[in-house]
Design a protein around this ligand. Structure first.
Ligand SMILES: O=C(O)CCC(=O)C(=O)O
Ligand SMILES: [Fe+2]
Length: 240
């Protein structure tokens, strides 16, 4: 059986890839991140902010095991085509979301910046250079601030965006309004599970209503070339 159902990816705009690494590797990554953010899993009195940002920029240890996971590579091959994406070697930025504190004001529906501009900044366009990779690094149930995803919303956004590069903050309300009718699903799972999101798939963070902090990486994976209408990859077919 293939590692993801590409027809379903094309229809829904995302796919879960279970266990790109064994959960122990995800657990080891989380242990490193606790050290990095200077907080303790055993001392909730230190959990005072709703979101603490950290990152993996080097792919050391368990982060590299995840970034170079064969299963993850197979899934990326299926959606972007073999050679259609560039290995990152690291997991990138990670918002750690904490329970029992007033939530941050960062939970709006959006798509991530997907197009580099000449000045080095990034915007949102209908010719994306990236897809979105989420990797769960803690147990994420329905109450643990799983990322919300609007299934099928990539098609609404494809109809909305063209070659023009928009400011990501300005694009948010547009893609939100265009996709409000879509059903919402949540990116739940266990450490080592990953989600691939089409660059047009509308998603949002949410408040943490559980008990254990949520650790997840969110990284753009660069495509070998920008996505254009009519291409052969599943990413292109998904919005054709
Ligand atoms: O659930 C979150 O923390 C944010 C999700 C998100 O917007 C992203 O990963 O791009
Ligand atoms: Fe996002």
């Amino acid at each position: 059986m293939p590692i993801i159902d590409v027809d379903r990816f094309a229809a829904e705009g995302f796919a879960k890839v279970e266990a790109v690494v064994p959960r122990e590797v995800g657990d080891a990554a989380r242990a490193l991140l606790w050290e990095r953010i200077g907080l303790s899993p055993d001392d909730p009195s230190g959990w005072r902010q709703p979101v603490v940002w950290t990152s993996d920029l080097t792919g050391e240890g368990p982060f590299g095991q995840i970034a170079w996971s064969e299963r993850l590579g197979e899934a990326l091959d299926l959606v972007a085509g073999p050679g259609g994406w560039l290995p990152r070697g690291s997991l990138g930025n990670m918002p750690v979301r904490f329970p029992r504190v007033a939530p941050a004001d960062d939970r709006g529906w959006h798509i991530d910046a997907n197009t580099p501009r000449a000045d080095g900044s990034w915007g949102v366009s209908g010719r994306p250079h990236t897809l979105l990779l989420l990797v769960l690094l803690s147990d994420v149930g329905e109450h643990d601030a799983p990322t919300r995803v609007r299934a099928g919303s990539h098609r609404d956004v494809a109809a909305l965006l063209g070659e023009e590069v928009l400011d990501p903050m300005a694009a948010g309300p547009l893609v939100d309004a265009a996709s409000a009718h879509r059903p919402q699903v949540t990116a739940t799972g266990v450490p080592g599970d990953a989600y691939l999101l089409h660059p047009f798939t509308v998603h949002a963070a949410q408040e943490h209503l559980g008990a254990e902090p949520r650790f997840m990486s969110q990284a753009p994976v660069m495509l070998a070339g920008p996505l254009a209408p009519g291409g052969p990859s599943v990413l292109s077919r998904a919005v054709a």
